[in-house]
Design a protein around this ligand. Structure first.
Ligand code: SF4
Length: 358
């Protein structure tokens, strides 16, 4: 059991972010903000994938209407307005129903503009996420630390928080991101030791699906395994739904998710393998990707041979161990029947549906 770093609890729409609540998974819409239909459709896809919080870029005043339109479309997932520079966009987003604002107060300009945003958030009970990354650290901190070091990132985030605190606002979530995994980890560790604000963590600009998932698993996983981090985003140059799936996989691997789902235990294969395990795993995962398990965790084992397969996968709910042209189907490590290779995937799907539905 991982002991979470104690934080204050921040309400975002219909969920809370903080140490007393599950680590939430976030993603961001990447459809053109002017394409209302496309944005709503992607929000629904993300909602369907279980995304807890969805962020939207608000590049102009027209885009701010998306929050009102989304709520009218029946979307329940909290929506975050991502604002750069223009305080009016933040105020318009709040008025239109955004559940959280993501800004850097330091980029908003004169204090009265920041005050406008703060007052607006206060009156609607909306929190603010301060987002600092390597590219947004103030020049004076870059000079002080000789670059966007972890210390510079952390100090920048705390400075941003202080700007809001001066206006009596502490409904804050802090995010520090970097494309460099080690910097991100070190910067978040510093913030974690200096404040009790909930932390949004992730490796930004992490690359495509393969690289991005690897870097985020190391970065996010390292922090979460030590109880640091309250909400995550696996940034990928890919379909945002993949970010959500990857996020839940990370949480699941650390026992931090009670969402259930299907976990596949499969062996790396070796010279004993006589059936096409790679193909079976690929087909089984594709066929079961959208099966709802109603909060249950189902573990299926797909093992290359009967020598080690059933024993090594004893903890799985069921599985197969490859023979020559067949698979030995087993339940909790106990062999049940032989299945010909061409029927293995069907058998695994059938068993999954049975467990998911019961
Ligand atoms: S389960 Fe069998 S086939 Fe798979 S790696 Fe282990 S020994 Fe090899």
């Amino acid at each position: 059991m991982i002991e979470r770093r104690k934080t204050r609890q921040i309400k975002v729409g219909n969920i809370f972010i903080g140490s007393d609540h599950n680590v939430s998974v976030q993603s961001m819409v990447n459809v053109d903000s002017r394409d209302t239909e496309g944005v709503i459709s992607q929000i629904k896809d993300l909602e369907c994938a279980g995304c807890d919080v969805i962020r939207l870029a608000v590049p102009d005043e027209d885009s701010a209407h998306i929050f009102r339109i989304s709520k009218k479309s029946g979307i329940k997932t909290p929506l975050v307005a991502d604002i750069h520079f223009d305080y009016k966009l933040a105020v318009a987003s709040v008025k239109n129903g955004a559940d959280k604002i993501r800004i850097n107060p330091g980029n908003i300009g004169e204090p009265w503009k920041i005050k406008e945003v703060v007052e607006s958030c206060k009156s609607f009970g909306i929190p603010i996420r301060i987002g600092v990354n390597s590219g947004s650290v103030e020049k004076k901190l870059i000079e002080k630390y000789g670059g966007p070091t972890p210390e510079a990132l952390a100090e920048s985030a705390l400075n941003e928080a202080e700007i809001l605190e001066k206006f009596g606002f502490s409904d804050i979530i802090i995010s520090i991101k970097s494309s460099m995994v080690k910097s991100m980890i070190a910067a978040v560790e510093i913030i974690a030791s200096k404040s009790d604000y909930p932390l949004h963590i992730g490796v930004t600009e992490a690359g495509d699906e393969t690289d991005g998932i690897l870097k985020n698993s190391v970065g996010i996983g390292s922090l979460l395994s030590r109880g640091i981090g309250d909400t995550i985003r696996v940034s990928l140059t890919a379909d945002p739904v993949k970010e959500v799936r990857a996020g839940y996989k990370i949480l699941d691997s650390l026992g931090l998710s009670n969402r259930g789902g299907i976990d596949v235990v499969s062996c790396p294969t070796c010279g004993r393998t006589r059936i096409d395990i790679t193909k079976i795993v690929r087909e089984y995962k594709a066929a079961t990707a959208n099966i709802q398990t109603h909060g249950k965790k189902i573990t299926a084992a797909i093992m290359g041979c009967a020598v080690n397969g059933p024993g090594e996968a004893r903890e799985a709910d069921f599985g197969i161990a490859g023979g020559d042209g067949y698979g030995l189907f087993f339940v909790k490590g106990v062999p049940i029947e032989k299945i010909t290779e061409d029927k293995i995937v069907d058998k695994l799907i059938e068993e999954t549906i049975k467990l998911a539905g019961s």
